[in-house]
Design a protein around this ligand. Sequence first.
Ligand SMILES: Cc1cc2nc3c(=O)[nH]c(=O)nc-3n(C[C@H](O)[C@H](O)[C@H](O)COP(=O)(O)OP(=O)(O)OC[C@H]3O[C@@H](n4cnc5c(N)ncnc54)[C@H](O)[C@@H]3O)c2cc1C
Length: 632
Amino acid sequence: MKVLIIGSGVAGSEAGTYLGHHATEPLEVVEVECEPGRRFGGWAFQSFPDTETTNLALRKMYLGRDPEEISRWFDDPEVRASWPEAYREVRFSVDRPVPRALVQRYIEWRRSQVHNPLVTYSHVSGEAMRVRQRCHDAVSVELRSGRVLEADALIMASGSIAVKVPPYLEAWRDHERVVIDPLVLEGHQRRQSIPPDARVLILGTGLTGEEQANILYRRGHEALTLLSRNGHRHYTYDQDQHNQPLSLDHAPDLMHAETPEEFDQGLSDFYTRFLTQGHSREDILAALRPLWGDVRANLGGCYQTAQVLRRFRRSLAVNSIGVSHEVAAQLEQAEADGALRVVRGHIHDITEDRGSFHVKYDPDGPDSGEELRTLEVDWIVNAVGRNIIRHPIWEGLLRDGLAKKHAGIGVRVSEDGQLMDADGDASDVIWVVGMARAGDHALRHGFLGNTAFNVPQVREHLYDTMDAMLGRPCPTHTNRLEEVLFKITHHGRDARLVHGDETPLIWAVSEGYSEIALALVEAGASLDARNSRGNTALIRAACEGRLALARALVSAGADLDVQNEDGYTAVILARRRGHSHIVEFLLEAGAQTHHTTRWGTSFTDPGSSPKSPLLGPRDEHLEADILHTLGA
Ligand SMILES: Cc1cc2nc3c(=O)[nH]c(=O)nc-3n(C[C@H](O)[C@H](O)[C@H](O)COP(=O)(O)OP(=O)(O)OC[C@H]3O[C@@H](n4cnc5c(N)ncnc54)[C@H](O)[C@@H]3O)c2cc1C
């Protein structure tokens, strides 16, 4: 199998590493990254600027499934010997943030730990521009150079892809004293060339804006202005980020606020209550997470929630993730020194006069009627943010109907992480990890700040998505018998099959592979596992009229009275399908008859829906192989 990964940031690199550790059949991993310096780091952890630490504490920055690994890595003398001199003697406690430059080394080290002879890696330097799904089990990607790469599966890990350029800056895109994207090498170099006595305007007070101000201040700049529309600032992480778990009885009703102001007040009251008890903002948000389902239900479902999240996005973002203590302390110092001022205002226009920019802005919002003010600056650094899907690669997928935008941010994915097409069907070959799942996280996992994304959120979905991808039938599987053989061999007798999330036992009972079903029961397969519709093997046996299998399941201990998603039990369904011999047997075995389904049917009034039994295709060799694998 050949897998292509677009983007080698945290998500893309880790996807490749995890596949490397877990592949059980030959796997060729091809990684495509457009900026070589970002390999194993992406935007945030590339080697420039390496002056700062992460905003999260060390214990939250781990990758993989072992939270202790990162501490061991940081403490390992052999590893330390390979670090830049400045860090070798520093002690990193688990509560302290870590230098960005070391995160990239950690991600790279994790890859070096893959020793799987079945897996090969290759790296392609280039920008992926166009994805084409050739059929349901193959995909091709065209690079800017015109080169076309083909694969059996594609992992989209392109992160926050394109810099946002506000309309008033469009005309100055190519100006030599404007840094459009400070996170790319060219922008970094241009920022480094700003003379220390220059008056610099940094647009945006988000994490990137504050980081840019900090880098400049540390270089000796003394005339910095940070400007944003509403003056929102992220909160500051403590230098030591202790965690004090919190549990809440019920969700706050702030999501019902009518206006952003009302919402801000509600959020602030909510935080204040628990902050004064010593909890961190992260702990408070984490406590909300289990209640997210209630919040969503109260608001009227996914769509309504997305609308609300969109309205209150800025507040949620600035309150859900903070600036590192180090950056905040420096900026406080810069403000106290008079080297930095923070201004709030909506920019009206920017003109140039005798070598300086005149930035006209309205402090009270656009068209407030107030007199415009003017800032005079020499340089402008754009830090208003990034867009996740504004790039030809996503635009093509959206145009072709292979992807669907998420209401809030990113694209829609299935629970397993497959890209969803315009009709809402999950792709067989395209998987999504990293930031393009920000919106999905916001709704599915209850991360309230849907514009902020970090390493723990990448970790939250990445490994499960890779497990789901590895667990899919290999593209050479032409039928479910092959899939069952593969799954039982590699993942055991209770592995889940792709269609209907069935165990091999539910499949065998449903499709009439009696010998295999009996062998599975004999081998100790889980009797009461349910498929995606809540059916157990016994419910399926009752439905399909398979008396011998129903007997075997019951005598092995299967639960007689499980209700499926619609509320049907085995005995109601057997009656509804007209299998009187099974009804008789189940009643004798003690099945209950008082259940009612969500459609109002019951044992006494089951309705009638006779159907001919399902029979899967026969293949004596494959069936014999499955029986052999089960030890029958
Ligand atoms: C300034 C800054 C500071 C941050 N600080 C922290 C922090 O301290 N802690 C924390 O947990 N999180 C932090 N984050 C957030 C963190 O970066 C992200 O959550 C995480 O890196 C997302 O990983 P990713 O792999 O999805 O995306 P990215 O890191 O954006 O990686 C995507 C990669 O894909 C490549 N790529 C994109 N398009 C293409 C294409 N078409 N062809 C080829 N390659 C392509 C890009 O070059 C990039 O290397 C920060 C982010 C920023 C911007």
